[in-house]
Design a binder for this molecule. Structure first.
Ligand SMILES: *Cc1c(COP(=O)(O)O)cnc(C)c1O
Length: 384
């Protein structure tokens, strides 16, 4: 059992729901701000990790910018108070209305992923008599050593511009009169724990800047994207990611020019550990060789295990009894609706409360209404 949850209050609430530890979120943001300031790095929070309005407004208090991947996210960031001048907009499939929204709001930068996209931004900006600031999202062809569903920086991924096409893109840029190249952008994957990968990225950046320099192209902004992982197995031991060591890698391996600004887009590492999905046990079921704990939460509330084979720490927060092994499953009519197999939990009974930890990122934002279910509510430690 953990002391971190206000059990008596939680027992009053209708499950399943997300519970956010606001003190931990603030501690994480303080650490992120302090560590990034040491090197003058600019941070744009990746809104897609968690766009709950209260979470966004807390993050905004710490002076971060926003990284958006849709028009809806741009709107959510603006609504939460993020200035348009701090917003970067990425994504392989930006619709015209989304580009127009970015242009109308004068966002900081469009992170462009292809030549056709560049043409459309140029055309739409011309119609508005504006100049769009763009960064080229370059695919550095680096293996992030993470799950194949969340790696994005390899040649075969749909994201970014491949190195072999860079010359062609630069040629095309010369013909775009309503577009200004202000930087280059990378985002090589997510849940990256091997710092060596980021070191490789710095090295690849060096080669790319050399290539651009040979063509007399100066880039004012370097954006390394997001991707720093969190400890899903031991959320208590590592509640705050090691931002210090992370930035240190970049500081050591990339030396910007005096007028060059360095940007990051962390998502998971900012919000992952502060959120838990709280669920109640509906039934205990004995299989021929297994015990199933059937929860009232399923992949409709947290899809990461079903989508990425992700594993989350699971705890019975209302029992002190000795541990047994259970398959922890949800009520949805799909076999993939399973949060964990052979999970050790304090002996489980109907009505117990189960916490699925480290669910603050890519949890609530991916909730869906399959099986005509209700979307989960969210509660905050400082408001319940
Ligand atoms: C998803 C995404 C991020 C955030 O990734 P995390 O792994 O959550 O830090 C940053 N930048 C871009 C372009 C993204 O698509």
């Amino acid at each position: 059992m953990t002391g971190a949850f206000p059990i008596e209050k939680i027992k009053q609430l209708e499950t399943p729901f997300y519970y956010y530890d606001v003190a931990l979120l603030r501690q994480t943001l303080t650490n992120l701000s302090e560590e990034s300031k040491k090197f003058g790095y600019h941070i744009h929070y990746a809104v897609k990790a968690n766009s709950n309005p209260r979470i966004l407004s807390i993050i905004h208090e710490y002076g971060l910018g926003a990284d958006c991947v849709s028009g809806g996210e741009i709107q959510a960031a603006l609504d939460a108070g993020f200035p348009a001048s701090s917003i970067v907009f990425a994504g392989v499939g930006k619709a015209d209305w989304e580009i127009n929204l970015g242009l109308d709001q004068d966002i900081f930068c469009f992170n462009v992923e292809s030549i056709p996209e560049l043409s459309v931004i140029d055309e739409l900006a011309k119609k508005k008599n504006k100049i769009a600031s763009v960064a080229l999202r370059i695919n550095p062809e680096i293996d992030a050593h993470t799950h194949h569903h969340i790696t994005t920086g390899m040649k075969e991924n749909k994201f970014g511009i491949n190195l072999s096409q860079l010359d062609e893109v630069l040629l095309h840029l010369q013909r775009c009169t309503a577009v200004r190249l202000i930087g280059i952008h990378f985002h090589i994957g997510s849940q990256i724990l091997d710092m060596e990968v980021f070191q490789q990225l710095c090295k690849r950046l060096g080669d790319i800047l050399h290539f651009l320099g040979d063509r007399k192209i100066v880039v004012e902004n370097i954006n390394f994207g997001g991707g720093l992982g969190i400890d899903y197995d031991h959320p208590e031991q590592h509640p705050v990611p090691d931002f210090g060591s992370y930035f240190e890698v970049f500081h050591r391996h990339f030396h910007p020019q005096p007028n060059q600004q360095v940007h990051f887009e962390p998502g998971r590492s900012v919000v992952g550990q502060c959120g838990s999905l709280i669920s109640k046990v509906l039934y205990m079921k004995e299989g021929s060789s297994k015990k199933f704990a059937i929860l009232d939460a399923g992949f409709t509330e947290l899809i990461r295990p079903a989508l990425y084979e992700a594993s989350h720490k699971i705890e019975n927060i209302t029992s002190d009894a000795s541990q047994e092994k259970y398959d922890v499953v949800g009520p949805i009519c799909e076999s993939s609706d399973c949060f964990g197999k052979d999970v050790s939990l304090n002996q489980v009974n109907r009505g117990d409360f189960i916490a699925i930890r480290s669910a603050g990122a890519y949890g609530e934002v991916m909730a869906m209404q399959y099986n005509c279910r209700k979307l989960p509510k969210a509660y905050f430690s400082d408001l319940i």
